[in-house]
Design a protein around this ligand. Structure first.
Ligand code: T3D
Length: 266
């Protein structure tokens, strides 16, 4: 089993458990985590002994999206990569690796999934949530647009009206509401999350893996045929949003733990 710096990988029979492991920042993405997840998904695809993958987070969060300390640090480096470039480098390959993995991937939502972390959960095939889990389309709160496929997966799961409501407001959606509107398939008490997620994964791993993989390919063709094009559009729009004063204000306000004041233009 490969080892990574920000992701724990453990295999039990046909089930690979991947745990994002930066709990002090609710498993926010740093410069390593997207690449390590891509490697883990790609390796799982090439390994016939893996027949189902479970993705979860260490500590009290699932994943809080981009690490905002890292985002702010880039403002001080004029030669550093721009936001659209980072989306292309980090998040587009992650979504593509997940959707191209022709094995079921279950997100086991132990806590909050925000920003790109929420999109990552929505890109998985199935979601089981602890009663303590929640979703936040946090992008708008830092003046950005949903990325990591969020502009496709969110409306696909909840419909365009609800997707607009959530993405425009950035409001937090608890587990029960997430179940009602189709953001997750199952909700269980917090202490039952991992046993329930792993039991579900073992059930799936015992089924005909090739048939499930081909079904996923057909779902991709039917519903995500424009995925690559949409991911490129997201990167372009992120670049545009990332140049606004409201983006910097949102990031600074979060890190300074104060309410943001947006100017609404630019
Ligand atoms: O450059 C690029 O990579 C571009 C790509 C962008 C894609 C995106 O994902 S944009 C969205 C980025 N994510 C966010 O804006 C979410 C920020 N976090 C939050 O809004 C809140 O933390 C949550 C709603 C997720 C959870 O709230 P709560 O009250 O349960 O927890 P908390 O107290 O806010 O967070 C706990 C700690 O984690 C805290 O640190 P502390 O005070 O204990 O030292 C907090 O600062 C830290 N943390 C949470 N999220 C992030 C983070 N640190 C860095 N980056 C984060 N995203």
């Amino acid at each position: 089993m490969k080892s990574y710096e920000t992701v724990l990988a453990e295999q039990d029979g046909g089930v690979l458990l991947l745990t994002m492991n930066r709990p002090e920042v609710l498993n926010a993405f740093d410069h390593r985590m997207p690449f390590e997840l891509v490697d883990a998904f790609t390796s799982a695809g090439n390994d016939p002994s893996v027949r189902c993958v479970v993705l979860t987070g260490a500590g009290r969060g699932f994943n809080a999206g981009a690490d905002l300390e890292g985002v702010r640090a880039r403002y001080d480096d004029p030669r550093g990569p721009r936001i659209g470039e980072l989306v292309r480098e980090r998040y587009i390959p992650l979504v593509l690796a997940l959707r191209r993995l022709e094995k079921p991937v279950i997100a086991a939502l132990n806590g909050v999934a925000a920003g790109a972390g929420s999109s990552l959960a929505l890109a998985c095939d199935l979601r089981i949530a602890s009663e303590r889990a929640s979703f936040v389309q946090a992008f708008v709160r830092i003046g950005l647009i949903p990325d990591t496929g969020g502009t496709l997966f969110l409306p696909l799961l909840v419909g365009l009206g609800r997707a607009s409501e959530l993405a425009f407001s950035g409001e937090r959606v608890g587990a029960q509401r997430a179940l009602e509107i189709g953001l997750v398939e199952r909700v269980v008490p917090a202490d039952e999350l991992m046993p329930a997620a792993l039991a579900w994964a073992h059930e799936l791993a015992a089924l005909p893996t090739t048939a499930i993989g081909l079904t996923k390919r057909a779902f991709n063709a039917a519903h995500l045929a424009r995925l690559e094009e949409q991911l490129e559009l997201e990167a372009d729009l992120m670049e545009q949003a990332g140049r606004t004063a409201d983006h910097r204000e949102g990031v600074n306000a979060f890190l300074e733990k104060r309410p943001p004041v947006y100017i609404g233009r630019g």
